[in-house]
Design a protein around this ligand. Structure first.
Ligand SMILES: Cc1cc2nc3c(=O)[nH]c(=O)nc-3n(C[C@H](O)[C@H](O)[C@H](O)COP(=O)(O)O)c2cc1C
Ligand SMILES: Nc1ncnc2c1ncn2[C@@H]1O[C@H](COP(=O)(O)OP(=O)(O)O)[C@@H](O)[C@H]1O
Length: 313
């Protein structure tokens, strides 16, 4: 898969698209690369295969909402490296990472089509039913068809529903906030996962007999809601099972503070400070709460471990 990181000048984007073979290109943000996004991306891959063209995708990085100041969306379900890995797994061969900025945001829908898409190498583009483009998102899929004037095909993919709900990044964010990681996994068609580095905590874990690897995420990930989860934990190429707490440890902290992500790994006793790890959320066990003593907390964690092992087996 070839990755083209492009600053926003439209002629530069058009030139890079035109430097490749004839293509079918999906366009979108694809935050989460969820079941609905997969349908759009796989449509591009399949159309390309049928006509012996190259499957491509154009996405925006940094995320438009980040640039245009919607702070609630600063964090993502799939920071760029994760997104790229998922694109590759779906069979995409060319990725245009367009650096979205204030001037790019000014492009009209007409300019977006004339200056970028009519590059001579796009056989067709594939977008989702709610795709918007151009200044203030004024362009719709219908408008895209009109503006294309037959110079490239436009395929619009209808919404994907699961159990009567429309799959969306927002629905996944809400599910995660409520601890519903099983639901998020169904919407994503894979467990929600985060990557980060093991950092030192307060050193209390080992003293209460439950060492925990505290993880600081490397990029702006959406973090699931406070609670205890069954997780798979990738360290040094090996998957381990564990039980994770997300929260501010009300049993010990005097007041609400920074959220920590700590995982107790089963059958493990290595020091792994500083190492990069990935965590997959498999099941929700319970909410975080304040216990009367460390002993009560430890007894509960013993039960959490039993629950986690059941979920993970
Ligand atoms: C499975 C698990 C569940 C936990 N549940 C709670 C909880 O409900 N309430 C709480 O105050 N702390 C909870 N904790 C956090 C512990 O208080 C924390 O791991 C311990 O204080 C060690 O902190 P340290 O790593 O900063 O040294 C939990 C930890 C684990 C591993
Ligand atoms: N079973 C285990 N699960 C998680 N971390 C472990 C385990 N065994 C050893 N460790 C190591 O010990 C550290 C946790 O020790 P702990 O006393 O909880 O201190 P901290 O406050 O730094 O989390 C982890 O960061 C990791 O390097």
């Amino acid at each position: 898969m070839e990755i083209f990181r492009i600053q926003a000048a439209p002629d530069e984007i058009a030139r890079i698209i035109a430097s490749g073979p004839p293509q079918v290109m999906a366009i979108g943000d694809f935050d989460g690369v969820h079941a609905g996004h997969r349908k759009v991306l796989l449509t591009a891959v399949e159309n390309a295969e049928t006509h012996e063209l190259a499957p491509a995708v154009m996405t925006f990085h940094p995320h438009p909402r980040e640039v245009l100041g919607h702070p609630q969306y600063r964090d993502s379900l799939t920071p760029i490296e994760d997104k790229l890995r998922l694109f590759e797994a779906l069979g995409l061969k060319r990725v245009y990472l367009v650096g979205f900025d204030e001037s790019f945001a000014q492009l009209s829908p007409e300019q977006f089509v004339e200056d970028i898409l009519v590059s001579g190498k796009l056989a067709s583009v594939v977008v989702g039913f709610d795709f918007t483009f151009g200044h203030r998102g004024a362009g719709s899929p219908q408008r895209l068809k009109e503006l294309a004037q037959g110079r490239f095909g436009v395929e619009v993919v209808s919404p994907y529903h699961l159990n009567g709900e429309k799959v969306s990044s927002t629905l996944i964010r809400e599910s995660l906030a409520n601890g519903q990681v099983e639901k998020a996994a169904r919407l994503l068609e894979r467990p929600y996962s985060i990557t980060g580095k093991v950092v030192a905590g307060e050193g209390r874990g080992s003293t209460i007999g439950i060492p925990t690897a505290n993880v600081e995420t490397t990029e702006g990930y959406v973090i699931p809601g406070r609670g205890v989860y069954a997780v798979r934990f990738l360290h040094d190429g090996q998957w381990h099972f564990g039980v994770m707490n997300i929260g501010w440890k009300p049993t010990f902290a005097k007041k609400e503070g920074a959220i920590s992500l700590e995982t107790h790994l089963f059958d493990f006793n290595k020091k792994i400070y500083g190492d990069e790890v990935s965590i997959r959320f498999i099941g929700f066990i319970r909410h975080e709460r304040k216990f009367g003593s460390a002993e009560e907390l430890v007894a509960q964690i013993g039960k959490d471990i039993v629950s986690a092992k059941e979920m993970l087996s």
